[in-house]
Design a protein around this ligand. Structure first.
Ligand SMILES: [Zn+2]
Ligand SMILES: [Zn+2]
Length: 96
């Protein structure tokens, strides 16, 4: 089950469970669409994978299975990220 994390790891922007701007990688590292497009170039800084839009859970299921309150703040370290970015940026996520 997805945790539905409440904020962007990089910029801290609030990403409520129904936010269409929330993007996740396969490990559920969570970023806002602006960071994914403008800073990460669809490369997860933690695992190198690509991002997809986070699915939205129905209200009924949210009541039963609420989102986590755990806020992960883990801004991209540009030096470290450079290597990951140059390795994966030009390869589609399905081929990485
Ligand atoms: Zn962000
Ligand atoms: Zn990741």
């Amino acid at each position: 089950m997805l945790q539905l994390r409440p904020v962007c790891e990089h910029c801290g922007k609030s990403l409520p469970a129904d936010d269409a701007e929330a993007m996740i990688c396969s490990f559920e590292c969570t970023f806002c669409a602006d960071c994914v497009n403008d800073i990460l170039y669809n490369v997860c800084p933690n695992c190198g994978g690509g991002f997809e839009q986070r699915p939205v859970r129905t209200d009924e299921m949210l009541a039963q299975y609420p989102p986590t309150k755990l806020k992960i703040h883990n801004p991209v370290k540009s030096e470290q990220f450079k290597g990951i970015l140059s390795r994966y940026k030009n390869i589609p996520p399905s081929k990485r």
